[in-house]
Each structure stands twice: as structure tokens, then as C-alpha cells.
Design a protein around this ligand. Structure first.
Ligand code: BG6
Length: 468
């Protein structure tokens, strides 16, 4: 029997699964104005193109309709045997523009119903407060997180959640993958690339505001209930040097330091020496007051949540251009590793190395809240045979267990994703991550019926047999 203390979970996010984009008083989310594939990227970059248009298909509008299917889905997840479910609350479902004085009661009651279901089945909720889900209004009107007023709006939203759901949610994450602001500034922070072209300055000022928002969230959460466990989250993945040439080794060290800089502020409460050096080297000047430094210092997070999909590879030689496609992180091709259909490199051992490094650095409990593989699964002859996913998950879980054996304190593990959903980067529905298959294609055609994949049964057994 699995030890109750370890949280075996599965995850989704509101913006990729709920649909119901204009139901229940919800305002627009950032994704609601993003169509599929190439158009999607253009719409993220260009404020002029960033709107709903009748000639295009917008996958988030229905998505997998978790908004209406949640009861059935959570019942099925109970069968899976998980004791933790990660989901996110859609900020514009609670505050449609971000600026209202009072929250939208219909939005709050939707999440109450989700919590009712989870409580009924004894499943621990793990809630992301902001999973790529800043209200669209704030992006358009305030330039998203570049503006300090977004921090105020976020703090008000957090306070509402902590008050309203007090005692019902123990584990929170302030922002999904905070470092994504550097790689997908629109989803991470409501910044339009064309407006802030190459503006590393804008990205870091927005990052500072995300950090401040996270610290205010901790402050509010602890004021309301000191048992609230507040996590920060990073998109993790060790960077290797391309060779053992000392220049490559140092380059890899630098890349790994860069990956820590935002999380460092959330855990240690201050900008690290390396962060300050990085800002100086890149000519970035962040506006930060003494009061803000104090807020960051006094409100640090309790645990480090992370996603892990792949390791990365770098070289000190600027002529090395052998990049692998598909991943939002720029990385060289590592010929020791195989790749997913979308070019993401598969490295289970990198999971263990990433975890021991994170734990050595932070000495705080870790929580793997996303790990999984996008595949072109098919429902055929009454089943979905996703052996590739089973192999991926099996190897990564083994690596996680080895990291725990090496002394890493890990709260739990959640598969991305519980159910097929819309891909964050490409908007595809056929890039499937779920343990549950959903009958819907890239254009939104299908019955939305759910089918258990082979990996569903495999994970159920894995949890039952786990020694953790
Ligand atoms: C993580 C995000 O970066 O990667 C998820 O937190 C996302 O929202 C996942 O879905 C996989 O990425 P993608 O782009 O394939 O959906």
C-alpha cells in the first residue's frame, strides 16, 4: 500500500481544460484570444492581432469542457487511485477584468463544487493561483505584469481565494513556472513581444512584479491561516555542457545559475549575487524600492514546486547551432537522448540530477507538479495503447525514487496531465498528455467522451505498489 504521506497526483490547468470561456460571468483569459498553431504565436507577439475573430478557431473556448465534465472526471480520477489533484483557478473567472471590487460569486462557487468532489473522494487539492491566466484586460490595458497595478489586482485576488477557501486547500502555488516570463512572455506575464521586442528589460521588470505578487500572496496566506503551504514553481531541467572542455562546463554552470535566479528570490527573499551580476551584465535596471525588498525578504515560500520535461545542452562555442526543435527552451541536440514527436529530448536520469541539484541548492521540500509526454495517441479498437507514455513515466518515476533514496525530501509527484487538454505552446488538442483520452481533435471536432488509456491502468498499479 502506498504511504498516505506521499502525494501521488495528476494535474491540469484551467486555461487548458475548462472551456466555458464566457460562462458563469467569466472574463477573457490570455488564451481566449489565441487561435491554433502559427496564428497563435503571431497573436501572442502582436497586440494588433490579439483579439477574437470569427474566421479563426479558438481552442480554449470549449477545450475539453472540464467546466461541465468536472464531476465525471474527478470520479474517474478517484478510480485512478491518486490522492492529489493539481488544478488551477482561473483568475478572470473570479475577477473578470482583474479590477472589480467584488469577486464573481459564480466563479467561486464553481471551484467550491470541485473541492466538494475532491473532499468526497479524499483527494488533496493542489491549487495553482496563476497558471498562464492573467486577465486579458490587464494585458491589454496595463501591459500585464509590467505594471505594478497588476500586482495589486493579483494580491486582491489571492486574498479572496485564501479567505474564501480557508481550511479547504493546504497546498498552493503562486505562479506556474515563473521563469516562463523569459521564454513565453505573453502567457507568463501578459507581455506582447512586438511591443517589447527584444526587451529583456521589460521581461525582468515584469518578473520582479511577479516575484512581488508571489511575496504578497505568501503574506496574505499566512495572515489568514499559517497552515497554508505556499509553493513557488520553476520549469526545471539541468543544463549539461556539450563537452568536458572547461569553457563548456562553465557555460553550463552559468545556464544553471540563470535557471535559479527567480526561484532564489522566492526562497531566499533577495536577489542573489549571480542575479545582480546577470542584470548588470545585460544592462538591466529594475525599479525596486526598499519597502519591496523588505516584502520579498519577509515572505518566502515553503516548498519548491517544479515541472520536469527534459534536460538541456549548451556550448561555449557560438558556432554550435545544432538546436533541437519544438521546445520553448533553447537547447542543443543531445545525441545520447531520444526525442518526442515534438522534438523534446527524453532524459529520465536528468530528472534525478535536477532534483538533487534543486534540493542541494534550496534545502526545502520539492514537489514535482508536472512531468509527462505529448504523444499522438489514438483511440482504436476500444483502447488507447500509449506504451510510449508508460515507458516515459516509468523511467521518470524510477529516477524520482532514486533522488528520494539519495536524500531528497519530496512531497509528491503529479503527472501532466490527468486528462488530454489544449497544448500551452501550440494550441493543439492532438498533442496529448493525458492518462484519460478525450475524443476531440485540433479543430474541436468530437464527442468529448473520455476513455482510459493503457497508462491510466499502469499508473493505478504503480501507485498501489509504491513503497513511498
Ligand atoms: C508546462 C506548462 O510548461 O508545459 C503546461 O506548465 C504545458 O501548461 C506543459 O501544457 C507542456 O507544454 P505544451 O506546450 O506541450 O502544452
Amino acid at each position: 500500500m502506498a504511504n498516505k504521506k506521499f502525494l501521488w497526483g495528476a494535474a491540469i490547468s484551467a486555461n487548458q481544460s475548462e472551456g466555458g470561456y464566457n460562462e458563469g460571468g467569466k472574463g477573457l483569459s490570455l488564451v481566449d484570444v489565441l487561435s491554433l498553431s502559427n496564428n497563435r504565436v503571431e497573436r501572442m507577439k502582436n497586440v494588433e492581432k490579439n483579439h477574437i475573430d470569427a474566421n479563426d478557431f479558438f481552442p480554449s473556448h470549449t477545450s475539453i469542457d472540464f467546466y461541465h465534465y468536472f464531476k465525471e472526471d474527478i470520479r474517474t480520477l478517484k478510480e485512478l487511485g491518486i490522492n492529489c489533484f493539481r488544478f488551477s483557478i482561473s483568475w478572470p473567472r473570479i475577477y473578470p477584468t482583474g479590477l472589480e471590487d467584488k469577486p464573481n460569486q459564480e466563479g467561486l462557487s464553481f471551484y467550491e463544487k470541485i473541492l466538494d468532489e475532491l473532499e468526497k473522494y479524499g483527494i488533496e487539492p493542489l491549487v495553482t493561483i496563476n497558471h498562464f491566466d492573467t486577465p486579458y484586460f490587464l494585458a491589454k490595458e496595463y501591459n500585464g505584469w509590467l505594471d505594478k497595478r497588476t500586482v495589486e489586482a493579483y494580491t486582491k485576488y489571492c486574498k479572496t481565494l485564501f479567505q474564501h477557501f480557508d481550511g479547504r486547500i493546504n497546498y498552493w502555488i503562486t505562479h506556474n513556472e515563473i521563469n516562463m516570463i523569459q521564454h513565453m512572455p505573453y502567457l507568463g506575464g501578459g507581455l506582447y513581444e512586438k511591443k517589447y521586442q527584444d526587451s529583456i528589460q521589460a521581461r525582468f521588470q515584469a518578473a520582479h512584479h511577479l516575484l512581488l505578487g508571489s511575496a504578497y500572496a505568501v503574506q496574505e496566506a499566512k495572515k489568514i491561516n499559517e497552515n497554508n503551504q505556499i509553493g513557488c514553481m520553476t520549469a526545471a531541467g539541468i543544463t549539461y555542457g556539450n563537452t568536458c572542455h572547461p569553457k563548456d562546463v562553465f557555460k553550463a554552470w552559468e545556464k544553471n545559475q540563470e535557471s535559479y535566479i527567480l526561484t532564489d528570490v522566492q526562497i531566499f527573499g533577495e536577489y542573489s549575487g549571480y542575479f545582480n551580476h546577470y542584470l548588470k551584465r545585460n544592462g538591466i535596471k529594475i525599479e525596486i524600492s526598499d519597502h519591496e525588498r523588505e516584502v520579498l525578504k519577509s515572505n518566502t515560500c515553503d516548498y519548491v514546486a517544479f515541472s520536469y520535461y527534459s534536460s538541456r545542452l549548451t556550448s561555449a562555442d557560438p558556432k554550435m547551432q545544432n538546436k533541437t526543435s519544438g521546445n520553448v527552451f533553447s537547447t542543443l541536440r543531445n545525441h545520447y537522448l531520444s526525442r518526442t514527436d515534438w522534438g523534446w529530448q527524453i532524459d529520465p536520469i536528468g530528472m534525478k540530477t535536477t532534483m538533487v541539484n534543486l534540493y542541494d541548492h534550496y534545502k526545502k521540500p520539492l514537489f514535482c507538479v508536472e512531468n509527462g509526454i505529448g504523444c499522438r495517441d489514438e483511440y482504436k479498437n476500444g483502447e488507447v495503447d500509449d506504451q510510449k507514455r508508460i515507458t516515459f513515466l516509468n523511467d521518470h518515476i524510477q529516477s524520482l525514487e532514486e533522488a528520494i533514496d539519495l536524500g531528497v525530501d519530496c512531497i509528491g509527484y503529479a503527472i501532466w496531465s490527468a486528462i488530454d487538454l489544449v497544448s500551452a505552446s501550440s494550441g493543439e488538442l492532438n498533442k496529448r498528455y493525458g492518462l484519460l483520452y478525450v475524443d476531440v481533435d485540433d479543430q474541436g471536432n468530437g464527442s468529448l467522451k473520455r476513455y482510459k488509456k493503457k497508462s491510466f491502468y499502469w499508473y493505478k498499479k504503480k501507485i498501489e505498489k509504491s513503497h513511498l
